[in-house]
Write a protein that binds this ligand. Structure first.
Ligand SMILES: *[C@@H]1O[C@H](CO)[C@@H](O)[C@H](O)[C@H]1NC(C)=O
Ligand SMILES: *[C@@H]1O[C@H](CO)[C@@H](O)[C@H](O)[C@H]1NC(C)=O
Ligand SMILES: *[C@@H]1O[C@H](CO)[C@@H](O)[C@H](O)[C@H]1NC(C)=O
Ligand SMILES: *[C@@H]1O[C@H](CO)[C@@H](O)[C@H](O)[C@H]1NC(C)=O
Ligand SMILES: *[C@@H]1O[C@H](CO)[C@@H](O)[C@H](O)[C@H]1NC(C)=O
Ligand SMILES: *[C@@H]1O[C@H](CO)[C@@H](O)[C@H](O)[C@H]1NC(C)=O
Length: 307
C-alpha cells in the first residue's frame, strides 16, 4: 500500500509519463474485488512473531491480553483474587471491579482466539493438532502466569474450575501418565499457589512457578513436569543496576542460577529488573539475554519487543 502510494506520487510529479506496472494494477484490482482467494482464515495474529517476553502485570494495560499478543509477547500475568466465589483480576483489592473477572479478561478471549485459529472445516476433520494464538508459529504456546493473591488452598479449586472452557477444548498443556503434552496455553501458578495441591493434581494442567534461587537448596525435586518456569527477584539475586560494569560475583550468581534451572529443563525469569533509566534497563536486558535467561520480564512491551 505504502509502496503503491509512493509510486503514484512519483508518477504524477515526474515529467515523464510512466505506466503503472501490470503487477500493481493486478494487486489493486484483486484487493477491490473482495476475492475469496484473499480471505486468510486464521489471520488474527497474522505476521506477528512470538517473542520470549513476559508481560508483567498484564491487566494494567489499557487492553489486557490483546496488547501483549499484538507485540508477539508469549507470556502474560494475571493477579487473581477470590471474592464471593468469583475470581477478579487486579493488582490490589482496591483495583477490583465487578466486570474485570479472570473469565472475562483472560479465559473467554483465549477461547475465542484459539477457536478462531482452529476452524472446523472439511480440511481439519481428521486433524488432532491444535494451533496456538500465534499464526506464524502455531506450535508456540502462550504462557499464562496466574498470581494467586487470596488464600492459596481456598482459591486453587476456583482457578482450576475457571480454566474448564480451555481444558474441555484440549487447549491446556497437560502432564498426564508420565507424559507432558504441550498445547496452546501453559498455565503456571505463582504467588499463593499451593505447591502440594499442584503436585497432587494429576492429570496436571496447572503448573508451579519454582523458586529460581532455591532450585537445588531445598528438599523439593524440581523438574519441568511440575515447573516449566522458575522465577526470582533480580534485585536480590543479581542486583546489578545496569550502570557501570557488572561485578564478577553478580555475573557468577546470574550464571549459576541459569545453569541450575537449565540443568533441570526449567526456564528462568527474573522479575524486578531495573525499569529506568532506559539505558540501564537495556544493559540489564542485554546481560540477561547474553547469559541465557529465557524470559524477558517487561513492563514496557513496545521497548522489549523492539529490543
Ligand atoms: C466480501 O465478501 C464477504 C464474504 O462473501 C462478505 O461478507 C463481505 O461483506 C464482502 N465485503 C465487501 C466490502 O463487499
Ligand atoms: C459478597 O457477598 C455479600 C453477601 O451476599 C454481599 O453483601 C457483598 O456485597 C458481596 N461482595 C462482592 C464484592 O460481591
Ligand atoms: C479424513 O479421513 C477419511 C477416512 O480415512 C478420508 O476419507 C478423508 O479423505 C480424510 N480427509 C482429509 C481432509 O484428510
Ligand atoms: C499410562 O501408562 C501406562 C504405562 O505406560 C499404560 O499401560 C497405560 O495404558 C497408560 N494409561 C493411559 C490412560 O494412557
Ligand atoms: C568496565 O569494563 C571495561 C572492559 O573490561 C573496562 O575497560 C572499563 O574500564 C570498566 N569500567 C569501569 C567503570 O570499571
Ligand atoms: C546445583 O546445580 C548445579 C547445576 O546442575 C550442579 O552442578 C550443582 O552440583 C548443584 N549444587 C548442589 C548443592 O546440589
Amino acid at each position: 500500500m505504502h509502496l503503491f502510494r509512493l509510486f503514484v506520487t512519483a508518477a504524477v510529479t515526474s515529467t515523464h509519463v510512466r505506466a503503472e506496472p501490470g503487477i500493481l494494477q493486478e494487486i489493486s484490482s484483486l484487493k477491490s474485488s473482495n476475492s475469496s482467494l484473499l480471505r486468510y482464515p486464521t489471520q488474527f495474529t497474522q505476521g506477528i512473531i512470538p517473542k520470549a517476553i513476559h508481560s508483567h502485570n498484564d491487566y494494567w494495560r489499557e487492553v489486557p491480553l490483546l496488547t501483549a499478543l499484538s507485540y508477539g509477547v508469549a507470556s502474560v500475568e494475571a493477579d487473581v483474587w477470590l471474592v464471593n466465589e468469583t475470581l477478579y483480576v487486579g493488582h490490589e483489592i482496591e483495583a477490583l471491579t465487578r466486570d474485570r473477572t479472570f473469565d472475562a479478561l483472560y479465559v473467554q478471549p483465549l477461547v475465542e482466539i484459539i477457536s478462531a485459529q482452529n476452524p472446523d472445516t472439511e480440511f481439519t476433520i481428521n486433524g488432532s493438532s491444535v494451533n496456538g494464538v500465534f499464526d506464524t508459529s502455531s506450535g508456540t504456546p502462550l504462557q499464562l502466569l496466574v498470581d494467586i493473591k487470596t488464600d492459596g488452598e481456598k482459591t486453587f479449586p476456583f482457578v482450576l474450575q475457571a480454566l474448564e472452557p480451555l481444558r474441555r477444548r484440549g487447549y491446556l498443556t497437560t502432564f498426564s501418565n508420565g507424559t507432558l503434552k504441550t498445547s496452546t496455553v501453559t498455565v503456571v501458578g505463582t504467588g499463593n499457589t499451593p505447591l502440594d495441591s499442584v503436585k497432587a493434581s494429576l492429570p496436571r494442567d496447572f503448573f508451579y512457578d519454582a523458586p529460581l534461587a532455591e532450585l537445588n537448596s531445598t528438599s523439593e525435586k524440581w523438574d519441568n513436569t511440575l515447573s516449566p518456569i522458575a522465577s526470582t527477584d533480580y534485585s536480590l539475586a543479581v542486583a546489578w543496576s545496569g550502570i557501570g560494569n557488572i561485578t564478577e560475583d553478580q555475573l557468577a550468581n546470574l550464571n549459576r542460577l541459569l545453569q541450575e534451572a537449565h540443568s533441570l529443563g526449567i526456564k528462568a525469569r527474573f522479575w524486578d529488573t531495573p525499569g529506568w533509566p532506559s539505558s540501564a534497563r537495556n544493559s540489564v536486558w542485554r546481560q540477561l539475554a547474553e547469559s541465557g535467561a529465557d524470559w524477558l520480564n517487561a513492563d514496557d512491551l513496545q521497548a522489549a519487543s523492539a529490543f
